[in-house]
Design a protein. Structure first.
Length: 228
């Protein structure tokens, strides 16, 4: 599957979904974004080189599906349509937006483990959650010392993980295997690897430095986008 540009359905058309959609379309993928009101997003999607549809249509369209919704919209994802498919989980837990979730606050589950339980039968891969939307396009990526930007991936399905790693390479990112879905807390929100521009060596060190019960100051991972 890595050797051809398979259809990609993106659940969502927000900043991450749109940025990924445009980047994938530029790389030769067929992409369908989704929205509750697809007709209102038609011009935006066309400008990005993508199609637009409903959540259900995007889920059916993609051989690979990217979940790029707020975590509090997890229940809206049509789980049955994704059985057997590779699903890339980009979602992050933000309590002010998503509400307090005890399993996360008490470190009993990772976000992707929760996603995998909801999408029973899907082959869930945690990826593209640890990068800001405006760092995705090739021409706005921050400079990286000694190499190119490396991003972490985690999954329980090794074949699915390899497929998503191949997608990273096609989009000109290095990739680092960060383990299983249970290990993916190491690059969740407010961890040292979260949204910080790093090369492979630096990313490996950042993942190793993560502590389960410690977070970086809120928003410390943000930077001003380049305007040139």
């Amino acid at each position: 599957m890595n050797e051809h540009r398979y259809p990609v359905g993106i659940l969502g058309a927000g900043e991450i979904g749109s940025a990924l959609g445009e980047l994938l379309a530029q790389a030769g993928y067929e992409v369908m974004l989704s929205s509750r009101h697809p007709e209102a997003r038609a011009d935006q999607a066309a400008a990005l080189g993508c199609r637009i549809g409903t959540l259900e249509e995007a889920a059916a369209f993609g051989e690979v599906v990217i979940a790029a919704l707020p975590l509090n919209a997890l229940g809206e994802i049509p789980a049955s349509a994704l059985a057997g498919k590779v699903v890339i989980d980009t979602m992050n837990y933000y309590p002010p937006r998503d509400g307090a979730i005890a399993a996360f606050d008490e470190y009993r589950s990772t976000t992707s483990e929760r996603v995998a339980r909801h999408l029973s039968g899907a082959r869930v891969v945690k990826a593209f959650n640890a990068i800001l939307a405006y760092d995705l396009p090739r021409d706005t990526r921050p400079p990286i010392e000694d190499g190119r930007r490396a991003l972490p991936v985690a999954a329980d399905d090794e074949e699915a993980k390899a497929l998503v790693a191949g997608m990273h390479a096609q989009l000109d990112f290095d990739v680092l295997d960060a383990g299983s879905l249970a290990d993916s807390w190491r690059f969740e929100r407010a961890k040292p690897a979260y949204c910080i521009p790093l090369n492979r060596v630096q990313l490996r060190a950042a993942l190793a430095a993560a502590e389960r019960d410690k977070e970086l100051p809120h928003g410390s991972w943000r930077r001003k986008p380049r305007l040139d």
